[in-house]
Design a binder for this molecule. Structure first.
Ligand code: SIN
Length: 270
């Protein structure tokens, strides 16, 4: 594999690119790593097709980008605690990520990125939507940007994981983060609230907080900020959680969609 063979095809004007010419989980040299890293920074989510990977390959590829995080809500695989199964079939009562979210924004240091590999997907359906939170921030009026600057919001894992984790002794993370965060690599500002984890803007009374969050959630769902990824068996999606949100579409019940995700540790948002 050679850096010169890599092709990057943007999928929309604002977010998402499909990358070919890479056998992701074999030998990634420094040049290839730099190309993939820069593509992630530029396109926020990158997609790969026809990848054959083992759990070890998945972990190794993830570690190129940083330490791997253990999921703070659900258990990983017995022999691979950093890998969580993403699985739905005809017996499922819910699927992971059905509402817009940035992964584990309830953590004190939410993950920088996530890498999802799906060997099994339904013939039709099961897409994932991704939305660009730089664009969401930039599209706000100057007055709204001023209002949001300096505010923090609470992100709580309790109501997300309590219904699905059968252990009354478990405690789930709850942390406050800036409503507008700065991306540590690009230095750009992005909107950082999401309808799955965010419960409250800390400095506002509940009524004002609810109304403002509702406005921001709808704003973030603007199709102008989005890409919709159509999976094929053995596709990989790698997204930057700091500047995106995503939503898994469960329109394929009772068919099976199944695979594995690793998350890369991140920094405390600022
Ligand atoms: C997730 O939120 O990580 C799941 C995304 C998906 O299944 O498409």
């Amino acid at each position: 594999m050679n850096a010169a063979d890599i092709q990057i095809r943007p999928l929309t004007c604002r977010i998402g690119a499909e990358i070919s010419g890479v056998d992701l989980f074999r030998s990634i040299d420094a040049d290839v790593f730099r190309i993939l890293h820069d593509a992630l920074m530029e396109h926020l989510v990158i997609f790969f097709r026809d990848q054959d990977i083992t759990h070890e390959d998945h972990l190794r590829f993830g570690r190129l980008f940083g330490d791997l995080a253990i999921h703070s809500g659900v258990a990983g695989l017995p022999d691979y605690p950093e890998i969580v199964a993403i699985h739905a079939d005809g017996r499922s009562k819910f699927v992971a990520g059905e509402n817009w979210h940035s992964d584990l924004s309830c953590n004190e240091c939410p993950p920088m990125g996530s890498i999802l590999y799906l060997p099994v997907v339904p013939e039709i359906g099961g897409d994932t939507l991704f939305s660009n939170m730089y664009s969401a921030y930039e599209a706000l009026s100057p007055r709204m940007k001023d209002l949001l600057t300096g505010l923090t919001a609470t992100h709580d894992g309790e109501h997300v994981y309590r219904p699905i984790v059968n252990d009354p002794t478990r405690r789930f993370p709850c942390n406050s983060h800036p409503v507008i965060r700065t991306h540590p690599v690009t230095g750009k500002k992005c909107l950082y609230v999401n309808s799955s984890y965010t419960t409250r803007i800390d400095q506002l009374p509940k009524g004002e907080s609810d109304a403002l969050l509702q406005f921001l959630y709808v704003h973030c769902m603007n199709p102008n900020f989005q890409v919709r990824f159509r999976w094929q068996p053995r596709s990989v999606a790698f997204w930057d959680n700091r500047c995106t949100q995503h939503q898994a579409v469960w329109d394929y019940f009772p068919q099976t969609r199944s695979g594995f995700r690793v998350t890369i540790a991140g920094d405390r948002p600022f």
